[in-house]
Write a protein that binds this ligand. Structure first.
Ligand SMILES: [Zn+2]
Length: 318
């Protein structure tokens, strides 16, 4: 971790609505400055979507595979990043539609250290009660997407149905697969098992292009995990495709979609999925959002020769 940066917890820790737990809004102090985790609200037809930041993951370029470190550094520099100091956003999306409130991915909470865990505090700042979430819809069962689903072993969203792909549940709760997994990944299985146990009979598994609820359809995007899936929101002729972790390090994987990460369960499948998806949305005006796209992570994909570029959506003041 970059020593110039350190984490501090805002002195005004907040009581999370409905949970009874103290949830800090986390901020990062860099050279004396403060960065408060944030939210951004916009419309998709009649739906209100709010991008909520859980914070960031410091990314080591060694997580990328299929590219030399020098090549990765050059792409990052071309995109105005410091290759030695990459911060991967961790975003979640709150959807309000027809009296229902859904949350797509929960963020990490404390699973990956103190640079994450902002979602509960952001919800508090927005005046959103975790008890009002009717569906917690999961793109895949990695810790930075499900860690915030539980707090102290209990479900943080007491009334939410947990919507998740059957194939991810089968994979991440398998004792047999866990036993064969590298040590660094074993904890991910324990976390997934804990989340499934915490939601109990509120777990709703889906497969394929499932209709999750009116206005939201699952779009399988396998490779990053076996059940990794995106969600298409549609309302009044407008749409937003939330693509989960189709891009993990956006600058590099837009330039070179064949680059994978150590987190991919099936790297070859993740490349095929990424190439197909980027080709299908490029230049179409399809609004997309991703959990690790630079916050708020919403925008449009354009073709750029053999590669792709991402144009962020304008910040709305809706
Ligand atoms: Zn992720």
């Amino acid at each position: 971790m970059d020593r110039r940066h350190f984490m501090m917890t805002a002195s005004a820790s907040l009581l999370a609505a409905g949970s009874g737990a103290i949830v800090p809004i986390r901020v990062r102090a860099a050279d004396g400055g403060m960065q408060v985790t944030a939210a951004q609200r916009f419309r998709v037809g009649d739906m209100t979507v709010t991008a909520m930041s859980d914070g960031f993951i410091p990314l080591d370029p060694s997580v990328m595979q299929g590219i030399e470190p020098e090549g990765a550094a050059r792409i990052l520099e071309d995109n105005h990043y410091d290759p030695a100091n990459i911060h991967g956003s961790v975003n979640t999306y709150l959807v309000e539609t027809g009296g229902d409130t859904w949350l797509i991915d929960s963020g990490a909470d404390g699973v990956f250290g103190p640079t994450l865990g902002g979602v509960a505090g952001v919800m508090q700042a927005l005046g959103k009660d975790p008890a009002a979430i009717s569906k917690l819809i999961i793109t895949h069962m990695h810790g930075d997407h499900i860690g915030g689903a539980v707090m102290d072993g209990s479900s943080f969203y007491p009334n939410a149905e947990l919507v998740v792909t059957e194939s991810d549940v089968n994979f991440w709760t398998s004792d047999e697969i866990q036993a064969k997994a590298p040590d660094a990944f074993k904890g991910a299985f324990d976390l997934a098992k804990g989340v499934i146990a915490a939601y109990g009979d509120r777990v709703k598994t889906i497969s394929g292009e499932a209709d999750v609820a009116p206005g939201i359809v699952a779009r399988p995007l396998p490779g990053h995990t076996v059940g990794h899936t995106g969600y298409m929101l549609e309302s009044k002729g407008q749409s937003l495709l939330i693509w989960g972790d189709t891009l993990v390090v956006a600058a590099i994987q837009l330039a070179k979609p064949e680059v994978t990460t150590v987190y991919d369960t099936d790297p070859a499948q993740s490349v095929a999925t990424r190439k197909d998806l980027l080709a299908s949305v490029a230049g179409t005006g399809q609004m997309v959002a991703g959990m690790h796209m630079p916050f708020p992570g919403v925008g449009y994909v354009e073709s750029a020769g053999e590669a792709y570029a991402f144009t962020p959506a304008h910040w709305e003041y809706f």
